[in-house]
Ligand binder design. Sequence first.
Ligand SMILES: [Zn+2]
Ligand SMILES: [Zn+2]
Length: 183
Amino acid sequence: MVLDLSEIYSNWNATEEKTVHPDMDSIKSKMGVFPILKMEPFTLHLTNEENKRLLIRGALDVTISVPCDRCLTEVLTTLHLVIDKSIPIKNSKDAEPDLESEEDDDQLEQLEYMNGCQLDADRLVYEEILFAWPAKVLCKEDCRGICPNCGANLNETDCGCDRTVPDPRMAAFQDVFNKFKEV
Ligand SMILES: [Zn+2]
Ligand SMILES: [Zn+2]
């Protein structure tokens, strides 16, 4: 969803509230594709601050399905996103040139969710989701993971594989022994 901010951009100290209906059903990132199960409309509070900066604030909860780091079972993960942005307003004709302006220009170019006076709310939410992404996702604290040998989910079954990690020197012996057996 794209919001047109041209009015607030040109109105000294104006404030505005916009209801955002995010239009996303999944999150695609380097880590993969994750379905969004729940994301409700939320309110963005916009403030033109002295025609110098635009404040963008809001909060929302997003529920995403993310596989457990150990056993790959899908885990419902709710992220609480807090949007709190302050971006420079540079299109106002009567704004005083200030010393920070060059820095602000750089800053604006890095904002992929802003295109002139258009705010790409989906892009903004997307960035916030990546920012809030959990470092670790586990289906439960003591998840036992999957068997490296047969791939069974060890929370559900005990496959009976021997999972003791052998001493590397013993493993070399075992390899020789196995080869011997094959002959
Ligand atoms: Zn797990
Ligand atoms: Zn196994």
